[in-house]
Design a protein around this ligand. Sequence first.
Ligand SMILES: [Zn+2]
Ligand SMILES: [Zn+2]
Length: 275
Amino acid sequence: MSEIKDTCCAEREPKMKIHTFNKNSMGQNIYLCHCEETNEGILIDAGCNTADENAIMALIHENSIIIKAILLTHGHYDHITAAARLKSLTNAEIYSHVSEKQLLENPELNLSCLIRREISVTPDKLLNDGDVFHFGNISLKVLHTPGHTPGGVCYYYKKTAVPLSEGSESGIQSCCSGGVYTDEVGDAKHRAPRPVSVAYERAWGRAPLDSSLFSGDTLFKGSIGRTDFPLSDHDKMMRNISAKLLTLPDETVVYPGHGDSTSIGREKKSNPFLR
Ligand SMILES: [Zn+2]
Ligand SMILES: [Zn+2]
């Protein structure tokens, strides 16, 4: 039976619960996140063995969680081995960054040929940098951080004082529908503000009560992702870590694709690859 670690994201106002599953051969983490208020949830990555799969489904059934999506951080085989199976068990669609489709569908690029399997995953929905995915009363922002792979992303959660459902009249989807909208103001410095910016500022512009980052294989506790794979780009990954991850609040808890969780502040201070 897989060990399940429960982490509550907000001590004062519990909202999103994070469960970690990692009893598989490569030590990769699958995160099941769910909104305690609505029981809607998501899976982040889908590389697991039968024991993890059984533990995930048991947790889903015991807590009556409705899985709205399987969000992939990237397409390497260790993160997608059970994607098709979990999709059929949960009826959830698979999401990846638009630039990861080629790698996901190609066993040589996603490295599944190294384990003598031909895994190919076609995502149902494609994400872009700055998109915001909603499930229950929770929102995750897509941060495109290519380098380890071309379409690698991190998912950023920032709890705010204003319920996101209040922004629905400005273009954010219903808090109960699950879905994604393109962030029109993520590059506000470069583009004219749009009406949705009001909702965006209400959702993201305030000081966070707490925040979390699902960093895939881009940033680990004390390490960074490998860039010796086909389509990897070391310089690009380092630029993205600096520009998009190390600029997050120091207290942001980092949930990586492998290994233990950490924080942005801790990695800034002690990660030898970031000096
Ligand atoms: Zn990887
Ligand atoms: Zn990995």
